[in-house]
Design a protein around this ligand. Sequence first.
Ligand code: HEC
Length: 179
Amino acid sequence: MSAHDEQMTRTTPLQFVAAATVALLPPAIAIFLIVRLVMGIQAGHVDREDPAMSAKAIAARIKPVGEVKIVAGGIARVQKTGEEVFNAVCTGCHTAGAMGAPKFGNKANWAPRIAKGYPTLIKHALGGFNQMPARGGDPDLSDLEVERAIAYMANAAGAKFTPPEPKPAPAKKAVPGAK
Ligand code: HEC
């Protein structure tokens, strides 16, 4: 018996399996990696038929966090402060006293107005009063914004009006031009 034959007979089934496993491991890993790669490419592929990939669904996913909702009957948005409304709209007449408008900060001008009471001034500012246009001529102002602007102007002339708290439901918009 040659040394070579001896070597052959010493190979046990267990050794064969071990050798085969070691030999097959690299290709198995390679196949595994290729499969992973292909599946990865497929996962990255955008399926246009997928409802989750519809333009609407994507828009919903990427929409900004702070959303401004336009709802029927009114506009839900950040309500301006009385000072902001005054500076944007009311100042046009109430700073110089155009057309007999009570001047901002002028107690003599405002005392008889303040004496009418906050509810009456709100009614007149929302609906218009002589030369005073409804909502100061800006129909986009909410009730709350007008109420705040009145309080801002009247309080600057000695009143102590407290504008109402913002309501959860947006105030109804007045019909532009309505008195
Ligand atoms: C186009 C000019 C003009 C603008 C803009 C304007 N007002 Fe006036 N406002 C007047 C005039 C004029 C009067 C005086 C009316 C009168 O007494 O005959 C007046 C009066 C008022 C009065 C007193 C009403 C009363 O019953 O005595 C209030 C309150 C008032 N305005 C609020 C506002 C607010 C709030 C704004 C801004 C949102 C505003 N006004 C914007 C012209 C204006």
